[in-house]
Design a binder for this molecule. Structure first.
Ligand code: NAD
Ligand code: UDP
Ligand code: UDP
Length: 315
């Protein structure tokens, strides 16, 4: 099959391109390289079934493909808040263009949505039926509301144009090829620990997140895309193992053997207090659940950042 991956040079996109190529597909990676990096896909370039196109999804795209994975969008608060208007445009205009493309081609289309659609949740853990608690005018809103509106567009194209859609709500995911400077907690803590710098905990570190290793997540993507016709999602994909941010810092210090100290900094505005996926639907519909334990995933991530540091290529 010929498969389009938007955001294919990013963290998740590069793993997805690799997996799709390994399964014998022809992959077209479309990316504007805002947060994506050529290094993430350099090992794929010699593959004759891999093609890269520099393109911004806020502009129309005319290509011929059988399936579309729409991942293009900066994902970390530092990056999506850098140019919030462009973030909203990427989610919404990007979704319209990719849905228009899917409609013309009658191609199945997957959307990388997010646990951020639940905002700072009042229901715990979060099932797909929960509508969320999102601030529409805060500094996270460009991302949260952009992704919510993209979901609306997916479901309206499905109802109005009978398009085959698959919507995944992704929870915090980590692993090799995370951007070292994107400010996300796993990359920050690992890099700080490896450099012997202070570990920056925002707030008191009692807020929780549930961390999924990238290989588990990509497996969920493929299962969702190949699920039976009637199943559209939205479906939560994430690891239900919930940790406080302080516990994460302690795990990273132990696994790296670092002498770094914990320091406490102010909690950013609208920072969710708790987040844990309810994955009953993914278990039932996709037969999916994560299998990689936090310590094992962290070890692979630490090895990746250790290599980057040795090459002095953290930019
Ligand atoms: P990333 O920043 O590494 O990847 C995003 C990619 O999209 C980058 O390669 C970037 O250059 C590209 N991009 C951004 N704007 C674009 C545009 N206008 N046109 C074309 N390309 C553009 O982030 P990621 O972690 O790989 O996230 C991928 C997707 O998964 C995003 O849609 C994100 O919202 C979603 N997601 C990720 C997580 C996570 O924990 N990593 C959690 C929830 C949702
Ligand atoms: N579009 C695209 N590639 C295509 C088909 C459509 O990028 O192959 C874009 C096009 O720019 C359009 C958008 O998708 O604005 C939505 O398409 P749709 O057919 O839903 O709407 P319309 O063309 O009627 O505005
Ligand atoms: N965080 C932290 N120190 C850091 C980076 C992040 O304590 O150096 C916290 C952040 O405030 C949030 C959690 O870790 O509570 C996860 O942050 P991240 O940006 O990775 O993801 P998100 O908030 O989008 O879930």
């Amino acid at each position: 099959m010929r498969i389009l991956v938007t955001g294919g040079a990013g963290f998740l996109g590069s793993h997805l391109c690799e997996r799709l190529l390994n399964e014998g597909n022809d992959v077209l990676c479309v990316d504007n390289f805002f947060t994506g990096r050529k290094r993430n896909i350099s090992h794929l370039i010699s593959n004759p079934y891999f093609e890269i196109m520099r393109h911004d999804v806020t502009f129309p795209l005319y290509v011929e493909v059988d399936q579309i994975y729409n991942l293009a969008c900066p994902a970390s608060p530092v990056h999506y808040q850098h140019d919030p208007v462009q973030t909203t445009k990427t989610s919404i205009h990007g979704a319209i263009n990719m849905l228009g493309l899917a409609k013309r081609l009658r191609a199945k289309i997957f959307q990388a949505s997010t646990s951020e659609v639940y905002g700072d949740p009042e229901v715990h853990p979060q099932p797909e039926s929960y509508w969320g608690k999102v601030n529409p005018i805060g500094i996270r809103s460009c991302y949260d509301e952009g992704k919510r509106c993209a979901e609306t567009l997916f479901f309206d194209y499905h109802r109005q144009h009978n398009l085959s859609i698959k919507v995944a709500r992704i929870f915090n995911t980590y692993g090799p090829r995370m951007h070292p400077n994107d400010g996300r907690v796993v990359s920050n803590f690992v890099v700080q620990a490896l450099k012997g710098e202070d570990i920056t905990i925002y707030g008191e570190g009692q807020q929780t997140r549930s961390f999924c290793y990238v290989d588990d997540l990509i497996d969920g993507f493929i299962r969702l895309m190949n699920s039976h016709d009637g199943f559209t999602g939205p479906v939560n994909l994430g690891n239900p193992g919930e940790f406080t941010i302080k516990e994460l810092a302690e795990r990273v210090i132990e696994l790296t053997g670092s002498s770094s100290k914990l320091i406490f900094q102010p909690l950013p505005q609208d920072d969710p207090k708790q987040r844990q996926p309810d994955i009953q639907l993914a278990r039932a519909e996709l037969g999916w659940e994560p299998s990689i334990k936090l310590d094992d995933g962290l070890q692979k991530t630490i090895a990746y950042f250790d290599d980057l540091l040795a090459m002095k290529s953290l930019d």
